[in-house]
Design a protein around this ligand. Structure first.
Ligand code: 9MG
Length: 291
């Protein structure tokens, strides 16, 4: 594995004592119909305030998304996605936090990189024509995610004979294509794409297989399960009551070797990770801070 994951202005340690510290990536939806915030953060001031809160709560990365990726969500025209994402990206540049832009569109990638995005998070695995060209001449991080089918169709009938092996094979092929194109491996992190063309059983098989995915591809892993239906399926809870289950999933992912967890509930996840790290790593806890 490379020593660091390169993400624009930031780099994250993958070796040595710092490597055990997971990166909490806070989700900032700037869609009117956002996945679980009900569109509350569509205004720039709300977006900025929410980002500031997440930073204080322990986020070291913020993922800005202007197009809903939930199953069946319609695609947004590029101009509209730019109108949603770019003002937030420019505003958040003043904060000391790595900024990721969640997009599949090469034009949005280009504009985001001009504005100084530190990572591009592409649920489509940089497969759109022009996506690799858009990110090539940059040092931004790249989140390469697996998805079966498209957000419009992915949950209709997901099928695999061995989901972990098939996800690894897809990611390996894309990593090879990206590096053959000239992209540095040190910029890439991989993501099995929980909920993207997977049943609940597939999702939990992938969660149990995260360490294998990391070890076979030798790249840092990002895991995004926050509030997803795989949490609801196990807890029986609706979207707005999935925080504790999501924190449990984030801990399980980090225990399986994930480096980055993409979450809505930053404070709760960051606290849980601190306690888990103190409990598992004798060097993690350097002294009491309160009480
Ligand atoms: C945008 N988005 C929604 N869910 C995601 C996940 O699981 N991983 C990544 N990388 N992005 C996601």
């Amino acid at each position: 594995m490379n020593k660091q994951l390169q993400c624009g202005r930031f780099s994250f340690e993958l070796e040595g004592p710092e490597a055990r510290r997971a990166v909490v990536m806070g989700i900032l939806n700037v869609t009117p119909d956002s996945f679980s915030d009900g569109g509350r953060y569509q205004g720039l001031e709300f977006a900025f305030g929410h980002a500031e809160d997440m930073l204080k709560q322990g986020a070291t990365m913020i993922d800005i998304g202007g197009e809903s990726t939930r199953p069946g969500a319609p695609s947004v025209p590029v101009e509209e996605e730019l109108r949603r994402v770019m003002p937030a990206l420019y505003a958040l540049k003043t904060l000391d936090v790595a900024l990721s832009v969640d997009t599949c569109k090469p034009q949005v990638m280009r504009e985001a990189l001009i504005a100084g995005a530190d990572m591009i998070n592409d649920i489509n695995g940089f497969r759109a024509p022009g996506a690799l060209e858009a990110v090539l001449d940059s040092d931004c991080g790249l989140c390469l995610m697996h998805m079966q089918a498209t957000p419009a169709t992915m949950q209709q009938a997901p099928q695999y004979s061995d989901v972990v092996a098939e996800v690894i094979a897809f990611l390996r092929t894309r990593v090879d294509q990206m590096t053959a194109f000239g992209i540095e491996r040190s910029r890439i992190c991989i993501d099995p794409g929980f909920g993207f063309g997977k049943t609940v059983e597939h999702n939990y098989a992938l969660l149990r297989g995260l360490q294998r995915i990391r070890d076979e591809l030798y790249l840092p892993v990002l895991a995004g399960m926050s509030r997803k239906s795989m949490i609801g399926a196990v807890t029986g809870r609706p979207l707005e009551a999935r925080m504790a289950g999501s924190v449990g999933a984030a801990l399980a992912a980090v225990a399986q070797g994930a480096k980055i967890v993409r979450v809505h509930d930053v404070a709760e996840t960051a606290d849980a990770l601190k306690v888990w790290q103190a409990a598992t790593d004798p060097h993690a806890f350097s002294g009491a801070t309160g009480m």
